[in-house]
Design a protein around this ligand. Structure first.
Ligand code: FEO
Length: 132
């Protein structure tokens, strides 16, 4: 069973961002499989850290594009990215044995789905015409 499936509602219309969003879905699914297979917590933490690093890379790409093309809601968007990073940091600062990775993954998925269909799609509408 897949944890999350890509669907066309996630398309922003900005190719590079859509590619990265698909990769994030793949990583969510890979981590979910690892949790179900009960792999050790050290390996899970490493996987989460890779995902978090990828989120950073993705947020930087989006923010740079928004800045380059003068997106008027850049600050609000940047703030949302920052809040997520702070929340993840709090989760991950707990001792390894206290981290409920499935809960963290569910939180990330819910945040991400909500974020993409509201804020990301909004910059998509703005940027789509400017980038072409
Ligand atoms: Fe695709 Fe604003 O994160």
């Amino acid at each position: 069973m897949r944890f999350i499936e890509w669907n066309d509602n996630f398309i922003t219309g900005v190719h590079e961002c859509d590619i990265q969003h698909k990769k994030i879905i793949n990583v969510f699914n890979a981590i979910y499989d690892a949790i179900r297979l009960n792999i050790n917590k050290r390996a899970l933490k490493d996987s989460f850290n890779s995902l978090i690093n990828y989120f950073d890379k993705h947020f930087t790409l989006e923010e740079n594009l928004m800045e380059k093309y003068g997106y008027p809601e850049l600050q609000e968007h940047r703030e949302e990215h920052k809040k997520l990073k702070e929340t993840i940091d709090k989760f991950m600062q707990k001792p390894e044995e206290e981290i409920n990775y499935l809960e963290v993954l569910k939180y990330l998925k819910n945040w991400w789905v909500n974020h993409i269909i509201t804020m990301d799609k909004k910059y998509g509408l703005f940027l789509e015409s400017k980038i072409k």
